[in-house]
Ligand binder design. Structure first.
Ligand code: NAD
Ligand code: MN
Length: 794
């Protein structure tokens, strides 16, 4: 094409980025080994896998296929390094992270080209988005390393972290994993994705260059089955941080259940992109381009469901088709390309399969008139209309450049459609009415909400899912807690308070109230007869019958969960109101202090003084959470864009609580109070050994204006009932304080709907001590963070 021709057609000429330096580097290496202890180590079986350029299908390099013995080596290196790395002053770790950030900036162009070659994404994106965000992530976390001692007192690093990442943002996902882990004093073994290991290996060179102590970062390439599973199952790995599909996340949850490994999961999504009729449609069109054609749509938070208000749908879709006709698909190294190559042939096949299914299910497909290059793995931008909300393409993550459009009339319909998936990763809302946008933002179940923008990220703003999009956050202060644990957890487990074996002193017994009626279950604010029609006896430590409680079963749990769901407005109540009710509970408990003291003595055989301490501590605890109710508030981030991100603390929803055997009253209150303070509704399972302190609370709750359904109590076989709760799809989180075996059961059962869990692995904690029995550790479990991005300006 000569200049005159270009002038005539106004076509883009080719503007390829020069890749020769990167290609030379690849040629020089040809074969990449494993990075363990800052050294390049040959894989056990000396097997290598090919890494391809998806834009051409041609090989780029060979990467080592590690064996499980190699994983052992890497974990051992990380374990050894942990001893000294975790003890370094925060400032020293900050310097290392700062050095990494600087080095990434210095090699930014190299990384951009390498990432584009290996992954197929446009150079425009690697250059302007991926790599700058990587550097920013290391800078930001250098800061947290510096501040850890003062900002996270009482916390320590977790240990050796196994990190498993996907292929869609290879280096960025590495940064999201490694930066916070190192900042908090952990060491890591990272497994890159099979198709995209190369930037991680270049990163390893940086690790060597800056002289990071050996073993702090280990990079083990290879196949999911070998390397991934070996890491997940390794007994000396203290935590798994995983980003990938919900399916694999679920299998990791099951595999690690009961092992005591901490777990964070960033999983899939099917995020809504909601357009109201007052939105600026030209901005919307550009937003859609960013939402679904950024990175070929291979984005976990891609706005893959376009929900448009009916009266503007035709107009918007027409504009969108015109824009799609002008998108450019092709050589990702070309600086004027919008859409690059799909990462692999198998991914391309999967996309095609789902698209075919969409057509077969009756949706209408539209693609631009031009065709894609055929020598690599390319797929055209695709729009589906006439899509039924229940159809496969409206529900399943396609992970490709495919948009499905649906319409709504009323905002409430938009919210219902938006929430009509099992996921909850992100959402984008377009309207010039800020009141409407924020109201809808508050109703959408997703970890990130973008108002009049989309797919923007920053290290300061925690990213992660609701529901089956996983749990845990990456980025922000909230993300740090994924890489620390309370110091008391690391200390040797203290023995549980023993239930005394001797007879309680006669004087106390004779002053006890007479055995009262069998307390029923407490469901929806009313006492409810157990479905089984049976009661179970409750004995004191000396074998004396103290009373009977209802024998709850599956059906009672179902009713209790329904009641808890129906009471969801508790969460949108004002925090002030919740605080007041917690104070009332404390007040009413205090007025019956003697009764509660006697009850504890009866059930546990403890001395009166000890029991009085427990009641006092329970009252104090209620005061603490009344105080926290309107103070555990979230924060406002100022990411580097014109605007803010509001990090809101939202209730998790319905929480199941299996209460500890130690401290029948305090254990129960210590779980119920933080959960309801943050706006959750609960189903509590009291200790089967000493349930009467919990059932005595019915009247306290009734007289304290606790709305029906906010607190439900089901007595009976705690283990069996906990299993029903952990399996229940309408329960959003399960806290379990019981045995090691029960903890394993809860974690395994939770994989059904990927609910959050918090279990004690059979370890006891000293509930009397405020630093173990209350505080932010509990509050964090009681909330999920939603980041709402609001740009400023016209
Ligand atoms: P994937 O789940 O197949 O693989 C992710 C990683 O896990 C890879 O490194 C893979 O080798 C490894 N892996 C696979 N099976 C394993 C097993 N049994 N045990 C241990 N490791 C195993 O996902 P993918 O196809 O690479 O990536 C696409 C998915 O990732 C999409 O669902 C997408 O939504 C999700 N994703 C989520 C986020 C997020 O932050 N939430 C970000 C990017 C991608
Ligand atoms: Mn590749």
């Amino acid at each position: 094409m000569n200049i005159m021709e270009i002038f005539e057609t106004m076509e883009y000429g080719p503007a390829p980025e020069d890749a020769s330096i990167v290609r030379n580097w690849l040629e020089k290496h040809a074969q990449f080994d494993l990075f363990i202890n800052n050294q390049w180590v040959k894989p056990g079986e000396e097997r290598y896998l090919e890494s391809l350029d998806p834009a051409t299908g041609k090989p780029l390099a060979q990467v080592a296929a590690a064996t499980s013995a190699d994983v052992d080596k890497a974990v051992a290196a990380a374990r050894k390094a942990f001893k000294s790395w975790s003890k370094l002053a925060g400032h020293v770790r900050a310097r290392y992270l700062y050095a990494i950030a600087r080095q990434i900036q210095k090699h930014a162009r190299f990384f951009s080209v390498l990432e584009t070659l290996d992954n197929g994404k446009p150079i425009r994106e690697t250059r302007d988005i991926d790599i700058p965000l990587v550097a920013r992530h290391f800078y930001y976390h250098a800061g947290w390393a510096q501040l850890m001692a003062s900002e996270l007192p009482g916390y320590e690093p977790v240990g050796v972290i196994g990190q498993i990442i996907p292929w869609n943002f290879p280096l960025l996902m590495l940064a999201w994993k490694i930066a916070p882990a190192l900042a908090m004093g952990n060491t890591v073994v990272l497994k890159p994705a099979r198709y995209t290991s190369l930037t991680a290996l270049k990163f390893a060179e940086i690790v060597q260059e800056i002289g990071l102590p050996p073993g702090v970062v280990n990079i083990v390439t290879g196949e999911a089955g070998q390397v991934g599973e070996a890491l997940v199952n390794h007994p000396d790995v203290d935590k798994i941080a995983f980003t990938g599909s919900t399916e694999v996340g679920r299998s990791i949850r099951r595999a690690t259940a009961g092992s005591g490994k901490k777990l964070s999961l960033e999983l899939g999504g099917k995020s809504p992109f909601i357009v109201f009729d007052d939105a600026d449609l030209d901005s919307v069109v550009e937003g859609v381009v960013d939402a679904i054609w950024f990175n070929q749509g291979q984005v976990c938070c891609a706005g893959s469901r376009l929900l448009v208000q009916e009266n503007i749908a035709d107009r918007l879709l027409e504009k969108l088709r015109i824009r799609m006709e002008h998108l450019r698909v092709g050589n990702p190294l070309d600086k004027a390309i919008d859409i690059g190559a799909i990462v692999s042939q198998s991914q391309l096949r999967d996309i095609q399969k789902l698209v075919d299914q969409g057509v077969a299910e009756g949706a209408e497909i539209w693609q631009p008139s031009w065709s894609c290059p055929t020598d690599g793995y390319f797929f055209p931008p695709t729009l589906f209309t006439n899509v039924s909300p229940a159809s496969t393409i409206a529900q399943v993550e396609i992970f490709g450049p495919v948009l499905v459009a649906m319409t709504f009339r009323h905002p409430s319909e938009a919210v219902a459609l938006a929430n009509n998936t099992r996921y909850g990763l992100a959402a984008s809302i377009w309207s010039d009415n800020i009141n409407l946008a924020l109201d809808v933002a508050s109703k959408i179940k997703a970890g990130t909400i973008w108002v009049n923008t989309t797919n923007v990220f920053d290290a300061s703003s925690g990213f992660g899912g609701y529901r089956e999009s996983g749990y845990g956050r990456e980025g922000g202060k909230e993300g740090l807690y994924e890489y620390v644990r309370p110091k008391h957890e690391g200390a040797a487990p203290k023995p549980a308070r023993k239930v005394a074996q001797e007879e309680t002193p006669e004087t106390v017994e004779s002053s006890l109230p007479a055995i009262d009626r069998t307390p029923k279950l407490y469901i929806g604010g009313k006492q409810a007869r157990p479905d089984s029609g049976y009661s179970r006896p409750v004995y004191g430590p000396s074998g004396r019958l103290l009373g009977e409680v209802g024998e709850g079963n599956r059906k009672d749990i179902r009713n209790a969960v329904e009641a808890a769901r129906a009471a969801a407005s508790w969460g949108s109540n004002t925090a002030h109101n919740r605080a007041q009710i917690l104070y009332y509970i404390a007040e009413n408990l205090a007025s019956r202090e003697q009764e509660f003291v006697s009850r504890i003595v009866q059930q546990t055989g403890s001395g009166v003084g000890e029991a009085a301490n427990e009641v006092q501590a329970s009252i104090a605890r209620l005061f603490s959470y009344a105080a926290w109710a309107d103070k555990f508030e979230g924060s406002i981030h100022r990411p580097p864009l014109r605007g803010v991100a509001l990090a809101m603390h939202e209730p998790v929803g319905v929480i199941g609580l299996a209460c500890p055997d130690e401290y029948p009253l305090l254990g129960f209150i210590s779980l119920v109070a933080p959960a309801i303070a943050m706006g959750n509704t609960v189903i509590a399972l009291p200790s089967p050994q000493a349930p009467l302190s919990a059932t005595d609370c019915y009247q306290v709750f009734d007289t304290s204006d606790v709305p029906g359904g906010v607190i439900n109590i089901v007595t009976g076989d705690r283990e069996a009932l906990a299993k029903v709760l952990a399996e229940h799809d309408s329960v959003d989180s399960m806290w379990y304080f019981g045995t090691a075996e029960g903890s394993r059961m809860v974690e395994a059962a939770s994989a059904g709907n990927m609910k959050r869990t918090w279990v004690n692995y059979g370890r006891s904690r000293n509930w009397l001590l405020p630093d173990q029995g209350e505080g932010q550790e509990f509050l964090r479990e009681a909330v999920q963070v939603k980041n709402i991005w609001i740009p400023y300006g016209e």
